[in-house]
Design a protein around this ligand. Structure first.
Ligand code: UGA
Length: 439
């Protein structure tokens, strides 16, 4: 059992803290937000993540995890401090490291015993070297401090499951001591550990995320061509997936990738390459395809309709994917903006994303149109002239094809997630436009 402090209680930090506690370690999670700390102490998870709250409560009750704003007492005698604070994108695409720097400084001023500092946040290659130097520069006590890289591979919506059943754990260390410490911490997880040097570990994170982003953009590119030549991208993906070298995952064409990771990490790696005088053409192409893909359905609909002004537009799904209330880089944001600019009266449904969406578009008149939030897909579809599907929530997928015909004024549907088969929508007399399939 190790004494672990975790800096930051966002997706990365909180899930790490809770799963470390579940594995028997003694965990203290640090956050600057007192209200958030109180919330977690009262057993409420600040993020919507399946299974997290239960595990958090269970380990809190067992005394294995606690939450605090007092970083000094958390850091001073920890065996390891995991940093899981954000590295948001800056206007030039580079990662903002100011939160990491703040934590590094606090660590340097607090630690009173030998300690391994582990960076879990996604950081540009070489950052761990700098963090180590930075901590050494400000170190108050005469103790051994080393920095290790331990990138996170969890996906939102399945974060706890992904962490407990990960396919691999990547650790990047520069000494046996650091490597052994991380091996011990992760031993109870019983997951294969890939041990590499720090810079390789940092690169593995970007290279993995950008490869997945590339895979999605590639399928979106192929989907656009499928539409032109009369092929069906879903059949194409299925045929490709039997080749184990390609695999069956992340071949779903749609309205592009969103979220807090792929858009940020593709731009960040492009920026890193540029700074090193290298033109990372493949990743740049993935970003370009994604930008166009996000508004593809809107453009298709805008060609088909004379105007959106005075039209009732149903929007089904707002979050960047199902299983999360996160709207970061969600295609719905770009599309709703375009629709409102063109005067649409939107009726939007999402099972969990509405409160967050209201911060961007409050209920009522907006730009040249209006937005009303409803509590079921059927309420959004009632008398609608056109419907857009942006997130494949189970609630959206369960709408039957004939409900579009029965509920809508004109059953015109633009599906960004290929929820239905073309045939079933045709049989229900729906004018159906999807991605990578001729309608
Ligand atoms: C992603 C990675 O999947 C995780 O491995 C990684 O740890 C995480 O980023 C991170 O760096 O923190 P996440 O952003 O939560 O996880 O979500 P994904 O499930 O990967 O989906 C990202 C976007 O791609 C979504 O908008 C989704 O709709 C889209 N997508 C995904 C597709 O359009 N097609 C697919 O086949 C798969």
């Amino acid at each position: 059992m190790k004494k672990i402090a975790v800096a930051g209680t966002g997706y990365v930090g909180l899930v790490a803290g809770v799963t470390f506690a579940e594995m028997g370690h003694q965990v203290l999670c640090v956050d600057i937000d007192q209200d958030k700390v109180e919330l977690m102490k009262s057993g409420i998870s600040p993020i919507f993540e399946s299974g997290l709250e239960e595990l958090m409560k269970k380990n809190f009750a067992a005394g294995r995890i606690d939450f605090t704003t007092d970083f000094q007492s958390a850091y001073k005698d920890a065996d390891a401090i995991f940093i899981g604070v954000g590295t948001p994108e800056q206007p030039d695409g580079s990662a903002n490291l100011s939160y990491i720097a703040t934590v590094a400084r606090q660590i340097a001023e607090s630690v009173e015993k030998d300690c391994l500092v582990v960076v879990k946040s996604t950081v540009p290659i070489g950052t761990n070297d700098k963090v180590e130097q930075f901590i050494q520069d400000f170190l108050v006590n005469d103790v051994r401090i080393e920095v290790a890289s331990n990138p996170e591979f969890l996906a939102q919506g399945s974060a706890v499951h992904d962490t407990l059943h990960a396919e691999r754990i990547v650790i990047g260390t520069e000494s046996k001591w650091a490597e052994e410490m991380l091996m011990k911490i992760y031993e109870p997880f019983n997951i294969p550990i890939v041990s590499v040097n720090r810079r390789s570990a940092e690169m593995i994170k970007y290279a993995s995320n950008d490869f997945l982003a590339l895979k999605i953009s590639y399928m979106n590119d192929i989907a656009n061509l499928c539409e032109l030549v009369g092929a069906d991208v879903q059949e194409v993906a299925r045929g490709m997936s039997y080749d184990a070298r390609i695999g069956s995952k992340f071949l779903n064409a749609g309205i592009g990738f969103g979220g807090s990771c792929f858009p940020k990490d593709t731009k960040a790696l492009e920026h890193i390459a540029h700074e090193n005088g290298y033109d990372l053409k493949t990743v740049k192409a993935a970003v370009d395809v994604n930008t166009e893909q996000k508004v593809k359905l809107f453009k298709k609909a805008a060609k088909r309709l004379i105007t959106f002004s005075g039209l009732k537009v149903a929007v089904l799904g707002l979050t960047f994917k199902p299983g999360t209330d996160d709207l970061r880089e969600a295609a719905s944001l770009d599309n709703v903006k375009l629709l409102l600019e063109k005067g649409a009266d939107i009726f939007a449904f999402d099972p969990v994303g509405i409160e967050n969406f209201k911060r961007f578009y409050p209920e009522g008149k907006n730009l040249n149109g209006s937005i009303t939030y409803v509590t079921s897909p059927q309420a959004a579809l009632e008398d609608a002239n056109v419907a857009f599907l942006y997130t494949e929530w189970p609630e959206v997928k369960s709408v039957l094809p004939n409900e579009y015909t029965e509920l809508m004024q004109t059953p015109l549907v633009y599906d960004g997630r290929n929820v239905y088969s073309v045939e079933e929508m045709q049989q229900a007399n729906v004018e159906y436009h999807s991605i990578g399939r001729s309608s």
